[in-house]
Design a protein around this ligand. Structure first.
Ligand SMILES: [Fe+2]
Length: 165
């Protein structure tokens, strides 16, 4: 039951979004597709995890159940950021520093929140899941899309120079 909240199956996601009591807060659609398979798969997983956190908050789950959901999301987010940053470094992406700064900014905010939640200074409300869904959606459309456009331009010029030689 709990693992289904953390890693919803396709069927349970459908239930959550169309028939269940809770609407998905982060709805995936084609406009979030970057065309980079790895990045897209990670983003989709982040959407699922934000939705799982949102549902768990709405269900008023106890701290024992909410904490691992929040920590899994935080850890996966950091993993995803690192993989994007490695990709950016690999291609000498000119906006790496700014993009990385945005990742670090969110990471610090989430780490601070996890600490406060652990020590009982704050409670988790849908303000958090709303914030995370919005952050993710804006970040994909504004920052990750720029990165993918750069990757595509690089690939194109590499193809052009190899066919020209
Ligand atoms: Fe990013």
């Amino acid at each position: 039951m709990f693992s289904e909240v953390l890693y919803p199956t396709k069927a349970s996601l459908l239930t959550l979004s169309s028939e269940g009591p809770y609407m998905d807060i982060a709805k995936w659609n084609k406009s979030y597709e970057t065309g980079n398979k790895v990045v897209d798969a990670q983003h989709q997983q982040l959407f699922r995890m934000v939705n799982a956190l949102h549902a768990a908050i709405l269900e008023n789950r106890s701290k024992d159940l909410l904490m691992p959901t929040l920590e899994k999301l935080a850890n996966y987010t950091i993993e995803h950021f690192h993989s994007e940053e490695a990709l950016m470094a690999e291609v000498n992406y000119p906006a790496l520093a700014v993009h990385k700064w945005k990742h670090e900014d969110l990471t610090h905010e989430v780490e601070e929140l996890v600490g406060k939640y652990k020590s009982g200074q704050v409670v988790l409300t849908v303000t958090l899941s709303n914030f995370l869904a919005n952050w993710l959606q804006h970040h994909i459309k504004e920052d990750d899309m720029d990165l993918v456009r750069y990757l595509q331009a690089q690939a194109k010029s590499a193809a052009a120079s190899s066919s020209g030689s």
